[in-house]
Design a protein around this ligand. Structure first.
Ligand code: FDA
Length: 328
């Protein structure tokens, strides 16, 4: 996403006066609902479309370690529901919601508890990437947990950051084929000194990160709704010998396929965004994962996303006013 234009800024300015019911009405499409039962219902519906999932409990930076307990407990409930319903699903967590910014060691301990319980069920845990204050600590957490034998964890790397190609190399050097990243553009508008800021540069850099990850043999979650990123990724996949039916792994030696993963890559999209594109990729035989956010904090989440990156407001408004441009 590029710098925000006047329309995006005007939409953000209006959020202060938007009634809560209106924000709920708009965000219904992007958030499963306030409760875990809502997330379960959405997964039941989308399972018929051949999708798999990653579940996110809404909420981010906390102010006391007490709050981290809520997230740990809630993710335990999510895990239990995934197992009970037999969903093809894993977990996405925000490291700051586990306390990473308050006390790095205690935050890591909380994440370790969840990742090790998930490992008992062969379930993967993705550490979402937040703003640049926690990039190093999030990557370190993944490296530390892998070092302890917990290989069911990976993070997200943001194409917009100048550092990301180096991070991909560092993780490939440390983890080999156990490296597993989601590559996305990055939602946080980061300063020019550390990040690309024009739409084209962000897109090109994101594609370069997908290609580098494939070259280095990492498992790649290609997380984008942008045709430019998806088409370039499809071309790179073909070049690296990945067939859409993905029952063959062209790497030699090829690593074992983990539970709930394809060999080598998958496409990932947010709930409510570009459903026809996702279903089309699935029909071509690609593994497609839908990110399912749910929770009581839906209002704060919606407003915060808009403020963090005002261009989201334009996309949401466009999807709402011109539904034919972006169906769920
Ligand atoms: P772009 O923003 O150009 O969108 C392409 C098209 O998709 C738009 O033109 C529009 O049609 C549609 N679209 C995209 N977003 C929309 C929306 N909200 N509403 C309506 N239409 C929309 N970021 C981060 O910093 N850390 C993270 O951990 C994650 N995790 C993550 C997981 C998954 C599964 C996805 C898909 C994305 C993320 N992101 C993220 C967000 C990511 O960094 C990026 O901000 C968004 O995906 C938007 O970028 P696109 O590549 O989709 O392109």
């Amino acid at each position: 996403m590029a710098k925000a234009g006047p329309i995006s800024r005007a939409i953000v300015a209006m959020t202060g006066v938007m009634p809560r019911w209106f924000v709920r009405y708009i965000s219904r499409r992007y958030v499963a609902g306030p409760s875990l039962e809502d997330a379960v219902r959405v997964m039941q519906r989308l399972t018929d479309q051949g999708a798999c999932f990653t579940v996110d409990v809404l909420g981010e930076e906390i102010t006391s370690m007490e709050e981290a307990k809520f997230f740990l407990e809630e993710y335990r409930r999510v895990m239990a529901q995934i197992i009970e319903h037999g969903f093809d699903a894993n977990l996405s967590i925000k490291p700051t919601a586990f306390g990473l910014l308050i006390d790095e060691e205690a935050g890591l301990n909380n994440m370790r508890s969840l990742v090790s319980e998930a490992a008992e069920h062969d379930m993967f845990v993705r550490l979402d990437m937040e703003d640049h204050r926690v990039t190093d600590a999030t990557i370190e957490a993944v490296l530390t947990l892998h070092g302890e034998g917990l290989v069911n964890v990976g993070t997200v790397l943001q194409g917009r950051l100048h550092r990301t190609l180096d991070d991909i190399d560092r993780m490939a050097d440390a983890l080999g084929v156990a490296a597993d990243h989601r590559i996305c553009k990055g939602i946080y508008l980061e300063p020019e000194a550390i990040a690309h800021t024009s739409r084209k540069d962000i897109t090109d850099a994101t594609v370069a990160c997908v290609i580098r990850s494939l070259e280095r043999g990492a498992y790649v979650g290609i997380a984008s709704h942008d045709d430019a990123v998806i088409n370039a990724s499809l071309a790179a996949l073909r070049e690296h010998g990945w067939a859409p039916e993905h029952d063959e792994d062209p790497r030699d030696p090829s690593p074992p396929i983990r539970t709930g993963k394809g060999p080598g890559y998958e496409f990932q999209m947010l709930l409510g965004v570009r459903g026809p594109l996702r279903r089309g990729l699935r029909q071509q035989g690609h593994r497609t994962r839908v990110y399912i956010p749910y929770g009581e904090k839906w209002y704060e989440y919606s407003i915060r996303r808009l403020k963090e990156n005002p261009t989201v407001g334009t996309q949401v408004a466009k999807a709402f006013l011109m539904p034919w441009t972006n169906r769920p």
